[in-house]
Structures are given as C-alpha cells and as structure tokens.
Design a binder for this molecule. Structure first.
Ligand code: ZN
Length: 267
C-alpha cells in the first residue's frame, strides 16, 4: 500500500472513531479533533499493530468510564473534568504515544515501539486505577507516605485494589503489543512494568506537584478552579499552579515511555 493511501485510510478511520466517541459522549468536539489527529498518526505510522494498541486503550478505557457511573458520581466532584475527554486530555494521554509511534514508523527502532506501547500502558493503567479504584471499599492512602488516609478520588491516593487494576490495565496493553509487535517474548512484562511505574509516577505527581485547591463551603480538597461545583471560588493550597491533571498525565506517559524504551534494551 502506498504511504499516502495508508494515511488517507488512517485519517478516515480516525475521524470515524472520533465521531463515534463524540456521539457516545466519551469525547467532546475538541476531544474528537484531538483523537482524529492522534489516530491518523498512530494508524498511519503504526499500521495494524499500532492501531491494535490504540484501540485496546480507547475501547477498554471508554467502557470502564461508563461502567457504574452512578457510584462514581459520588466521588466525581473531586475531578476537574468529567468522563468526556477534551482536546488537551486526549493530547495528555496520547501525545507521547503519537510521537513515539511516528518515530517507530520512520526509523523501525524497536525501542520506539516499546516506548509507544508503554505510553499507552501508562494511560490505560491510570484509567483502570481511577475507574476501578474509586469502586474499592478500602480507603486510599497517600502514595508519598502510605500511612495518611485520604478520601476516594483524591489525587495521589492509592489502594491495593487500584494498583492491581493498574497493573492489569498495563498488562492488557503489553499483551496486545507483544502479539502485534516486533518482539518474540518478554515484551509483555516489560510493558506491564513500565506502565505500572508510569501510573505510580502519575499518583506521585498528583500528590506532590499537582495544583490542589480547597472549597471553604464544602470543606473539601478539589482540582476544580477557579470555582467549585457549588459555586464557591476555590483557594490554592499546594502544588504548582500550572500543573493540572493534563500535565500530570502527560508527564506520567512520558515516564512510562522512557522506562519502556530503556527496559526493552535488556531483552
Ligand atoms: Zn464547594
């Protein structure tokens, strides 16, 4: 197939999936534009193998986001955005992967394939931990000291159940990357470990550098700024003011990708 034809098909498929996700309210309009850009690069440079990894992330995370929505609504007010992803959320989750799969398509270097898969393993691990972790009965503890208990949905709060969900989310991406990628064995575990490390770095950044606000009326910590759900303006309590959840996700996928690219040189 000629390269221009492959990219034309990639664009049409990516736009169709973006439109479907918009219709299902998994993506906002700007999110659908972002997904079309990421999908075109991934399908175009990554072919069927790259597409399989992206679609595994997209389908499993969208399905989980819609699962048991009511129960999660109780803790959803913690998050600055709902389960409908916008442009910057799609870029935060898929930007590093789009760059690394483009490099893989251009150079054929297997480390780039591993970095691509590890970036999506991180995004999937994080999504599975968030979506399934908020359903856990255990109260989360702060990743920075593992002693302090925090309310469910708090950035940086982890549970054994959520961390297990995280590993399984990364493992699923590892399996798909193994089956479709340029390695015979070993990749699946490397991607699962890199994805878990990426997701843990996400929690750690969430607990330390991520901008956190407090609503005096509700006596709650929140990511919502400048105004809380209830209408009260929120006050900054810790973290770097520009470090929102999108930056945290971007840095975490970058961390996962770097681990994946380095670890793969050992097999
Ligand atoms: Zn409030």
């Amino acid at each position: 197939m000629s390269t221009s034809l492959q990219f034309l098909i990639a664009f049409v498929l990516a736009a169709l999936i973006g439109a479907l996700a918009y219709w299902r309210k998994s993506l906002s309009l700007s999110g659908a534009v972002g997904a079309t850009i990421l999908g075109t690069l991934t399908f175009g440079f990554g072919g069927l193998a790259g597409s399989a990894v992206l679609l595994t992330f997209f389908i499993s995370s969208s399905a989980l986001s819609k699962y048991k929505t009511q129960r999660k609504e109780a803790v959803a007010e913690k998050f600055s955005k709902g389960s409908t992803r916008d442009f910057w959320q799609t870029m935060a989750n898929g930007g590093v992967a789009a760059i690394t799969i483009s490099l893989w398509g251009l150079t054929g270097d297997p480390a780039h394939w591993a970095a691509f898969a590890a970036a999506y393993a991180t995004a999937n691990a994080d999504t599975w931990a968030t979506e399934l972790g908020t359903l856990a009965k255990q109260q989360p503890r702060l990743i920075t000291n593992l002693r302090q208990k925090v309310p469910p949905g708090t950035s940086g709060g982890i549970t054994l159940w959520g961390t297990t969900a995280s590993f399984l989310g990364a493992l699923l991406i590892g399996l798909v990357a193994q089956i479709n990628g340029p390695f015979n064995f070993g990749l699946v575990l490397i991607i699962a470990i890199a994805g878990l490390l990426g997701a843990l770095s996400d929690s750690r950044l969430g607990a330390t550098l991520q901008a956190t606000y407090v609503c005096e009326t509700c006596q709650l910590e929140t990511e919502q700024h400048p105004v809380h759900n209830c209408g009260t303006p929120t006050t900054h309590v810790r973290g770097m003011p520009w470090m929102n959840n999108d930056w945290v996700n971007f840095l975490a996928t970058l961390t996962g990708a770097v681990f994946g690219g380095i670890l793969v040189s050992f097999i």
